[in-house]
Design a protein around this ligand. Structure first.
Ligand code: AMP
Length: 282
């Protein structure tokens, strides 16, 4: 039976009662769970004795014009999914439990958080890094699990953990996709049918570049042109970025070397902003 912990004191009491030596895994989420989240839970269960998930829609990582108010919150369904997946505990705090009214301390990573989504969503990764470090301090997990779907988020958290000597091992889980290739996301429910029909093109643009890479193309500009061409003619898709980057540093790459690269994209379909990515090579 899953235990729902709503306060920090409940969380701490639960944490303190775990058997010494028991390996604890944390899967942080914002809820509206789907098979992508559950794949992280499954991964956590292979690494850990005890698994805790958090659901917290963190206002600090949303911009003033973003979808905080309309973000889906199907909490009963989420709890049933976590229970079925064998999660031991759910940390489900209210806003005031996480942030005091005069909270004035934040975590700012100043390199990998700057390009891509960081440039387009000011303050986003400051919000992410701050809440994730708080969740680590509250939960004190041995492992924490994050989806490759949010590749830049993974890079920011790995850098934070390294730079601040946080004693948590970060594990990345693979992207889970719908049958037609669209990366699963809590935001996919916003898509109208016509937008949903276009959405698999995002992944197809990554695959088109991947095919050219497999055929020997190593020039990043040429691969970008191939990927963008697939999306450029679509009136319903507005590409924010479609870029080839170093997998770790997220720095731009001109010629893809033996370490391969990350292709990352963000696009609007109507008012809905979707991201996706693919690793090439290695
Ligand atoms: P979110 O609830 O969107 O903050 O996501 C919580 C965690 O689930 C993050 O580590 C995400 O990267 C991960 N995640 C979201 N979508 C997917 C997906 N399609 N496949 C794998 N992991 C995902």
């Amino acid at each position: 039976m899953i235990i729902v912990l709503r306060t920090i004191s409940e969380l701490r009491a639960w944490r303190n009662a775990l058997p010494p030596g028991s390996r604890l895994g944390l899967v942080p989420t914002m809820g509206a769970l789907h098979a992508g989240h559950i794949s992280l839970v499954d991964l956590a269960r292979t690494h850990c004795d005890t698994v805790i998930t958090s659901i917290f829609v963190n206002p600090l990582q949303f911009g003033p014009k973003e979808d905080l108010a309309r973000y889906p919150r199907p909490i009963e369904n989420d709890i049933a999914m976590l229970e079925a997946a064998g999660v031991d505990a759910l940390f489900l705090p209210e806003y005031g439990e996480v942030y005091l009214p005069d909270n004035s301390t934040y975590v700012v990573e100043e390199a990998v958080s700057l390009p891509l989504c960081g440039a387009l969503r000011p303050g986003h990764f400051r919000g992410v890094a701050t809440v994730v470090l708080k969740l680590f301090n509250l939960t004190q997990p041995h492992f924490a699990f994050f989806g490759q779907k949010d590749a830049q988020q993974c890079a920011v958290i790995e850098r934070m953990v390294r730079d601040l000597n946080v004693p948590v091992e970060i594990v990345r889980g693979a992207i889970v996709r719908e049958e037609d290739g669209l990366a699963m996301s809590s935001r996919n429910v916003y898509l109208e049918p016509s937008q949903r029909a276009l959405a698999p093109l995002l992944y197809q643009s990554l695959l088109a570049a991947s095919q050219a890479y497999a055929a020997g193309e190593r020039d990043a500009q040429k691969l970008e042109a191939i990927g963008r061409a697939l999306l450029g003619d679509q009136p319903g898709i507005e590409v924010q970025y479609w870029e080839i980057r170093d997998r770790q540093s997220l720095a731009p790459i001109h010629t893809i070397g033996p370490d391969g690269c990350l292709i990352a994209l963000a696009a609007y379909l109507g008012n809905t902003r979707l991201i996706d990515n693919l690793i090439l090579g290695a």
